[in-house]
Design a protein around this ligand. Structure first.
Ligand SMILES: Nc1ncnc2c1ncn2[C@@H]1O[C@H](COP(=O)(O)OP(=O)(O)OP(=O)(O)O)[C@@H](O)[C@H]1O
Ligand SMILES: [Mg+2]
Length: 213
């Protein structure tokens, strides 16, 4: 799905050759500051490499219109953003930004159930806990049903039980719909338990893990 060749970005990343397969889950682990977030940002063109090429579905990334690309390749940031407005508006804002049609309250409620957010749609999300804000952000990107989901530590603020429930729902969603997931996680155990590909970053370069791609 993505192929990266001879990528350099300042002194942050050096990726000689990396393939991220479609219809699969790829987990990325590695030390803090190792370049994981930067890699996700390269994949939806929020950052541009200084050198090298990235292709998506066989075409150079820069040949895509950025708006069209970000409809297909959607990133959930590491800091869960909350926008002004209700929970309903927060869930719908991803669809609005990407100019996709809205959905009914029933659809929003079932998404809240999927990410285990037990709140009402009219509530103000500014007082949600860190983990609730994370699940709100997750609901927002899952509602967009993108071809590729880039999730940057989507369960970092969740307790163990909620984490395993939410992650298993995300992996089901990806497998059932034939989507592609690239997920950064600090947990090697979580990356290994998912059973997809696993890449670990050291000093800005990827090292495939045994049992991975
Ligand atoms: N815009 C920027 N300008 C200069 N340096 C940057 C920029 N963005 C990130 N960096 C640096 O690039 C390195 C990699 O950052 P990145 O956020 O990709 O790390 P990470 O692996 O996601 O870390 P963490 O696990 O802490 O989230 C860090 O040393 C960071 O300080
Ligand atoms: Mg990061």
């Amino acid at each position: 799905m993505f192929q990266l060749k001879n990528i350099r970005l300042h002194k942050i990343l050096h990726i000689p050759d990396l393939i991220i397969e479609g219809n699969r889950i790829t987990c990325i682990t590695g030390e803090s500051g190792g370049g994981k977030t930067t890699l996700l940002k390269l994949l939806n063109r929020m950052k541009t490499p200084d050198a090298g090429t990235i292709t998506y579905l066989g075409q150079p990334l820069e040949s895509y219109d950025p708006v069209q690309l970000r409809r297909q390749v959607v990133m959930m940031a590491q800091d869960s953003l909350v926008f002004p407005g209700s929970i309903r508006e927060n869930l719908l804002i991803g669809l609005r930004f990407s100019e996709k049609p809205g959905v009914s309250d029933d659809v929003l409620k079932s998404m809240m159930e999927m990410v285990k957010l037990r709140k009402t749609l009219d509530e103000d999300p500014s007082n949600l806990s860190g983990g609730e804000k994370q699940r709100l952000a997750l609901g927002r990107v899952l509602l967009m049903y993108p071809e590729v989901l880039l999730l940057d530590e989507p369960s970092s603020s969740l307790d163990e039980e909620t984490e395993s429930l939410v992650i298993s729902r995300i992996t089901d969603y990806v497998h059932k719909r034939g989507k592609t997931l690239v997920m950064v996680t600090h947990s090697k155990a979580l990356a290994e338990s998912i059973g997809g590909d696993h890449i670990t970053f050291e000093n800005g370069s990827p090292k495939p893990m045994p049992g991975g791609a």
